[in-house]
Design a protein around this ligand. Sequence first.
Ligand SMILES: CC(C)(COP(=O)(O)OP(=O)(O)OC[C@H]1O[C@@H](n2cnc3c(N)ncnc32)[C@H](O)[C@@H]1OP(=O)(O)O)[C@@H](O)C(=O)NCCC(=O)NCCS
Length: 204
Amino acid sequence: MSRADGAGMMNGMEQQDPLDGRRIRLRPWRPDDVDDVVAACQDAEIQRWTQVPVPYRREDAEGFVGLVAEETRAAGGALFAVESQESGNLVGSIGLFPPTDGFGEIGYWTVEEHRGRGLTAEAVGVLTEWAFSHRGLHRVELHVDPANAGSRRVAERAGYLAEGVVRKRFRHRGQPSDVVLYSRLATDPPPREVSGAGSGGAAP
Ligand SMILES: CC(C)(COP(=O)(O)OP(=O)(O)OC[C@H]1O[C@@H](n2cnc3c(N)ncnc32)[C@H](O)[C@@H]1OP(=O)(O)O)[C@@H](O)C(=O)NCCC(=O)NCCS
């Protein structure tokens, strides 16, 4: 039996239920993900476009799947490993940062070998719908560098609307940077093909 926020109890510990899409599953991070996260985060694109530490070390991954995930959850957000339903392999990382005032922001990266198959757009769709239905958010944002063509396409495919360029409002690697502000409202129609067939154990 799941709680309204998609969490269940197991061994006296509160667990985040996995969220199922058609081809991917979003599940809580585990200590045995560390090797895969270290390997994935050596990728130049992930280091270029996300806030991961550079250089990326094993202790960064240990902190991320452990304390950072725990603190994010305690603050009302949720970090997930994205895994392939077919192979169980790690496809990527996606998270809802702790929301304020009823809106939140999603961030993501995908392992290089799993890109280009629509899996990230699917994961964004699944997490967005969960944020609306289980966290009661009315708005979810994506902040994307204007030059990050892949991530902009992911946003559009997941049904997000570009509201405009926010100029030099955020810092990236110490530099004031522009971002394209994308949003989806709970009242927007979901894009059918990426919304995920079901939400697995996350059903209210
Ligand atoms: C951006 C990123 C997440 C895209 O992952 P992905 O799994 O390849 O994305 P998807 O397969 O879901 O692609 C969705 C769409 O984007 C397109 N796309 C993906 N990468 C692209 C690129 N580099 N240039 C142009 N289009 C791209 C796909 O072709 C697909 O288009 P379609 O809807 O017309 O079929 C991945 O390249 C990545 O991890 N980059 C580094 C980290 C990053 O940028 N994170 C986001 C920070 S805001």
